[in-house]
Design a protein around this ligand. Structure first.
Ligand code: IDP
Length: 139
């Protein structure tokens, strides 16, 4: 059964370019409710841990550097079928392949600096949400 929670980050380039409001508006207009939200900065160590599944990929070192290069905005989002619907709303990893109307099509600059993260499974949504938020930060 599909869960109703997903996790997202607005990545450093999109935060630096003042797109927090624009991206959050697309998220809310897409039918998601913001359960938790925080602006924070990952250390290289924490970014490395968050993306540990990609440790063997050639872009891992650059990804860790990029994700710890400036503040991000982390959010837990709620909607029926949240993980799958949010992946649709953000679009393909590579913005050149992201469909019109998606967040990445509008805000991503490159395959790396692609504006937003979205969990790829219900299990990872839980793990990633727990990585950033305590129980008393979720409403
Ligand atoms: P996703 O974020 O669409 O789920 P993943 O394959 O899980 O994509 O990759 C995680 C993140 O790693 C991407 O969002 C992007 O920032 C970065 N990334 C993925 N593929 C590449 C690549 O080929 N070069 C550089 N960075 C990449």
């Amino acid at each position: 059964m599909a869960g109703n929670i997903t996790f997202t980050m607005i990545k450093p380039d999109a935060v630096a370019e003042n797109h927090i409001g624009g991206i959050t508006q697309m998220i809310e207009q897409g039918g998601f409710r913001v359960v938790a939200m925080k602006k924070t900065k990952l250390t290289a160590e924490r970014a490395g841990k968050f993306y540990e599944v990609h440790k063997e990929r050639p872009f891992y070192g650059d990804l860790v550097k990029y994700m710890s290069s400036g503040p991000i905005v982390a959010m837990i989002l709620e909607k029926d079928n949240a993980v799958e619907d949010f992946r649709k709303l953000i679009g393909a990893t590579n913005p050149a392949q992201a469909e019109e109307g998606t967040i990445r099509r509008k805000y991503a600059k490159s395959i790396e600096a692609n504006a937003v993260h979205g969990s790829d499974s219900d299990e990872n949504a839980q793990i990633e949400g727990d990585f950033f938020f305590a129980a008393d930060e979720r409403f």
